[in-house]
Design a protein around this ligand. Sequence first.
Ligand SMILES: *Cc1c(COP(=O)(O)O)cnc(C)c1O
Length: 519
Amino acid sequence: MTGAPEPGPEGGATPPPGPRPQGPDGPPGYPPAAGGTAGPAALLPLLRQVLEALAAGAARRGGPIPAGPPAAVAEQVREALAAAPGPDALARLVELLAYGSADPADPACAAHLHCPPLAVAVAADLAVDALNPSQDSWDQAPAATALETALLAELAALAGYDPARSAGVFTSGGTESNLMGLLLAREAVLGAGVALDGLPSGVRPRILASEAAHFSVQRAAAVLGLGERAVRAVPVDRALRMDPAALAAELAATVREGGRPIAVVATAGTTDTGAVDPLPEAAELAARYGAWLHVDAAYGGGALLSDRLAPLLTGIAAADSLSLDWHKLGWQPVPAGVFLVRRAETYAPLARRAVYLNPADDEEAGYPSLLGRSLRTTRRPDAFKLAVTLRTLGREGLGRMVDACHDLARAAAEAVRAEPALELATEPQLTTVVFRYRPRTDAPAASDRLNGELRRALLRSGRAVIGRTELPGTGPGRVRLKLTLLNPRTTPAQVARILAETAREGRRLEESDGPSGRG
Ligand SMILES: *Cc1c(COP(=O)(O)O)cnc(C)c1O
């Protein structure tokens, strides 16, 4: 049901000729708007200022992040905001924003699922900002409404869904998509009307997700009135993938204890390590217990673009719902989340009739509405930038970028192995490499403290932004460092330099701590 309805009886009417009402370019006396025939001319000199200030700020920064402690940036922001209002504010504040950014276009900015957006996608998004369409009603977004519907059908097909039967929406990201998946799971499994009437008494709904699943799963359970403790953590294997035997055991235990498994959440690419849960086994077990399968592919969904990596996601089409984030492995500016369901009819609990947005007679007359697709009301067309990107590069072009980042992660793992002071935690699966600095006095507390300090020292120096997490592993302690590699223009030599810098900083910190060590 991603296809737009047929035009209604009034669909073919042509507008009468004659003078048009007052256009957007008058009357004068107020600052110009970005739209209309006059908008682009008003924007051009401002954009020139923005682009020059972006370049100047990046040059002043001179690295992936401004050097110095947080207070130094905060002080510059305070000063800039204290200036009197005037036309120089744009250039001044853009320069400061650019200077004070962690810039994912810099090869040494590799901490998070924080991608360098493509220039073409940013340019496309500028058009969206200028026109400000909102997708809560057709009369605020005629072309954008049709475009989102068509693009979602394309993405559904990419995931292996039948695009004629599926439905979806663009979201703010995995957090919102996971909430929607679990909301529809709750409605589908506990019966229609839960949203209106509340949970039936005596039912103890449970959600099963791996220990390595995203925290938004717990958050969603709380928002849905199930409580964070409704989420049972399923143990993971050594590669940090959900262990299917453990999932089977947790499902059986849930039922034995009087709980009702409403959803299994499988993660296709965990945030921390890129581990992909066994999707076919999760689907089989979810079906056996009458539970909804939600696949959180916020990170790993990008693998669908790559012939080499798509097989990692085999089984994803069995999901009842899916989270995909194109602001991660998709090089879109934030936000570019997507939520999809396999069967459009499961979307029914979100249907909404607002008399001023989607009156029934408008819909009957052929005016489609996306209001019932989203938890939001006002909603910008984030599909547009992705549509432009896909039409510019094709799936193949984006797939080559995914492969380049995967190659880079493998090269980084090799470089970690080659450096005796560093220790690899797990083999990279997507584009993330997790490791630690191994101190001379390799006790758990020493390792954790040194790795934490080491990351902050690199941040303060402005030379590298690397990630930090905590994982069980072979080495002592839990604190691990990570590189999340999302920049296909980064070279293996540049990654090797970041790792060498990390090892050097670790040795420097150990030496400045003195030979007595920190056992
Ligand atoms: C990033 C991520 C999320 C959260 O997505 P946002 O876009 O930040 O809301 C959820 N799940 C996984 C696996 C993620 O990697």
